[in-house]
Design a protein around this ligand. Structure first.
Ligand code: IPE
Ligand code: IPE
Ligand code: MG
Length: 235
């Protein structure tokens, strides 16, 4: 099985998972964190190199204050409980998104964890937090404009390669496979640039139900895709 280099996961459906069981939405987020942990481990075991997890979008800030606060608390707990294991396992954690707008405790824990795991490189996990694909592209454009004003580059230098260097994370972060749980057939502002030629795999299962078996199923489906990227493959 050919393992995609970079997998992105839209971890959706926590609220519906809970509601279907007569529980409050918050219970779904709590169980979702367990799935998050399982997912990171499964990717590590399967040899995925880069994993981008969509944890909180720029639009998720529109949700009720208590729900946003609960998601932040859970993330904090997740990072605290899990950091030693991540470190020991050669997994690097990197935030992706405007974390400056998040509570100070989260910002501190994120920089702590990303610092502590900075030298790990078997699996890099980007946690998309207060992330939006449009915000990421606008930020890149802003920084490029500033660099031009500062005389560091000329407008004619701006091509796809240069532009992508101004996005979050390491260069060449094209995502090979985007997985979305809970059945929705949309991107919801995830990896707009990096997903230009991604393959999609959607499951009706809600994120709290996600596991290694489903991940393998997604990768198996991915292996059957004919990735032409606009060209023609041999017949
Ligand atoms: C995904 O589950 C988690 C976040 C967006 C933070 P949802 O909270 O979107 O759950 P549904 O989609 O309402 O079921
Ligand atoms: C996408 O899920 C964001 C995350 C999983 C973090 P949403 O639940 O916010 O997306 P929509 O509202 O269904 O498009
Ligand atoms: Mg949702």
């Amino acid at each position: 099985m050919n393992i995609p280099n970079h997998i992105g996961i839209i971890m959706d459906g926590n609220g519906r998972y809970a509601r279907m069981r007569g529980l409050p939405r918050s219970a779904g987020h709590g169980i979702g964190v367990k799935a998050l942990r399982r997912t990171v481990t499964a990717c590590y075991e399967l040899g995925v190199k880069t994993l981008t997890l969509y944890a909180f979008s720029t639009e998720n800030r529109k949700r009720p204050k208590e729900e946003v606060a609960q998601i932040m608390r859970l993330l904090l707990k997740f990072l605290r409980n899990y950091k030693d294991e991540l470190k020991g396992r050669d997994i690097r954690i990197e935030p992706m998104g405007d974390i400056t707008a998040l509570p100070a405790s989260i910002q501190a824990e994120i920089s702590h964890v990303s610092g502590a795991t900075a030298h790990n490189n078997r699996l890099i996990v980007y946690v998309a937090l207060n992330y939006g694909g449009r915000a990421e592209i606008a930020r890149a454009a802003r920084n490029i404009a500033q660099a031009a004003v500062d005389g560091e580059l000329a407008p004619a230098d701006v091509d796809e390669r240069l532009f992508s260097q101004f996005l979050y994370g390491d260069e060449n972060r094209d995502v090979d496979l985007i997985i979305r749980t809970s059945g929705e057939l949309r991107l919801s502002n995830f990896l707009l640039w990096q997903g230009a030629y991604s393959e999609f795999w959607v499951t009706k299962k809600k994120f709290p139900e996600f596991n290694k078996r489903l991940l393998k199923k997604a990768i198996k489906a991915y292996n059957k895709r004919d990735r032409r990227k606009g060209g023609l493959n041999a017949e």
